[in-house]
Design a protein around this ligand. Structure first.
Ligand code: PLP
Length: 450
């Protein structure tokens, strides 16, 4: 076994730049890439990764970056988490694939048992496993339509649900996700989101829900709605946290109307927001929950979990796929969940919020360019605007992000207007590493926003 595989102990938890960024080996790889990889796939960082452990990513030139992105909320349990590495290695040696639809195995069943235990609500549940978040969302729509005999799917402004044909239709933002990729799937209806920073001042969650419900009833018809699909905190859309009361009101309306309420917890799930699932913060019990990203410590796995009568309404063979619930991904997921439970990573996410939020708020007091600070747990963001307005400043957001990258800190951007700087650190990141990364962010904001 090489030391690359034994986790944080062998990747020093430090920020350390030993070359310019990008260094010569990264520049070489960038040239090879340009000749072989489509330019339609982009990358945030200008460097190429050699290894990663805990909260640190090391590039091919030996530069160490503090990771506040977790590969988009995936390595919540930390890079190369020892239990996950061991479980995946053992499973690789036992068998890598049989296809659950051909030769079933325990790992798939055990992941579905965990999903039933961990997702909100104590009703009877069933699950199916897939490879990506988009696939889980597509299957949620299939199940909701099949079970209700209805077709309409209600989604929201700023929503992100994936890049496949159906999920492009469900996703709000044109560039880069949808531009010239149509025609899109039909029977998708977009409603206004509760977005406290941009809604009328003082608009409550209940009022924002009434606004959306009024439009659903007049434009779609309550009897036609198969599913109301929403991210409890929006991810790519800019970490939009709806006003309290918005989600419960939509869930109640769905129940009364016979529509399936689907929480897309692909980004918010698995301890990211300080509880297992973000729906819990408002005691919302969704009919269906989609999961992916943080579920398996970096292995590709996604889940659709929900009421047994909905999932079991489908004919046998109606759901599935060659790789869905791959045994290595399932072994990694079980180890990830065990680690999250044993190390109380939901508590760790709350501790990250307690440490980071005051610092972002202090930063907001120092610069007029931060219009809003928001988020929950280890899913936190600032929205950058022209001082004194709510006018988005995407250029400034990009400059700050690039300045952080150049100084060895990985941050991501988001938002319909490209003006949200988002933080998604691994939940195992130590307070010192986190503090140092925030010092770098502070300096980048001071330099570029004044
Ligand atoms: C990332 C994401 C998806 C899509 O997941 P993929 O694994 O990229 O297909 C869907 N919904 C939400 C909320 C996401 O953040």
């Amino acid at each position: 076994m090489t030391d690359v595989l034994t986790g944080p102990e062998t990747v020093p938890q430090q920020r350390r730049l030993v070359t310019e960024v990008p260094g010569p080996r990264s520049r070489e790889l960038a040239a090879r890439r340009a000749a072989a990889v489509t330019s339609a796939v982009g990358s945030v960082l200008p460097v190429y990764v050699q290894r990663a452990g805990g909260g640190v990513v090391v590039d091919v030139d030996g530069n160490s970056f503090i990771d506040l992105g977790s590969g988009i909320a995936v390595t919540s349990v930390g890079h190369a988490a020892p239990e996950v590495v061991a479980a995946a290695q053992a499973q690789v040696a036992a068998f890598t694939h049989t296809c659950f639809m051909v030769g079933p195995y325990e790992g798939y069943v055990a992941v579905c048992e965990e999903l039933a235990r961990l997702t909100p609500g104590d009703h009877e549940k069933r699950s199916a496993l897939f490879n990506s978040g988009a696939e889980a969302v597509e299957n949620a729509v299939k199940v909701a339509r099949h079970a209700t005999g209805r077709q309409a799917v209600v989604v929201f402004d700023h929503a992100y649900h994936g890049r496949t044909n159906l999920t492009m239709a469900l996703t709000a933002k044109n560039m880069p996700y949808k531009h010239r990729f149509g025609p899109f799937a039909g029977e998708v209806f977009r409603m206004p989101m509760s977005y406290p920073f941009r809604d009328a001042p003082g608009m409550t969650g209940e009022q924002a829900a009434a606004r959306a419900i009024g439009l659903i009833e007049s434009q779609v018809g309550a009897d036609n709605v198969a599913a109301v699909l929403i991210e409890p905190i929006q991810g790519e859309g800019g970490f939009v946290v709806p006003a309290p009361g918005f989600l419960p009101a939509l869930a109640d309306w769905s129940r009364r109307s016979g529509a399936v309420f689907v929480a897309d917890e692909v980004q918010t799930g698995f301890c990211r927001t300080g509880s297992w699932f973000a729906s819990e913060h408002e005691q919302v019990v969704p009919d269906l929950v989609t999961t992916a990203k943080g579920i398996a410590g970096g292995l590709p796995l996604a889940g659709l979990t929900g009421r047994a009568e909905l999932l079991d309404a489908c004919h046998t063979g109606g759901l599935g796929g060659t790789y869905g619930g791959n045994p290595v991904a399932c072994a990694a997921a079980l180890a990830t969940i065990r680690t999250m439970r044993e190390q109380d990573l939901a508590g760790a996410a709350r501790a990250i919020e307690a440490a980071v939020l005051p610092r972002l708020q202090a930063l907001q007091e120092r610069t007029g360019a931060i219009g809003d600070v928001r988020g929950r747990g280890a899913m936190l963001a600032v929205e950058l605007v022209r001082p004194g307005t709510t006018e988005p400043d995407a250029g400034l957001t990009t400059r700050i992000a690039k300045a952080c990258h150049a100084e060895g800190v990985i941050v991501l951007t988001a938002g319909t207007f490209g003006n949200v700087l988002r933080l998604l650190p691994p939940l195992v990141i130590g307070p010192e590493l986190l503090g140092e990364a925030l010092d770098v962010l502070d300096a980048a904001v001071a330099e570029h926003a004044g």
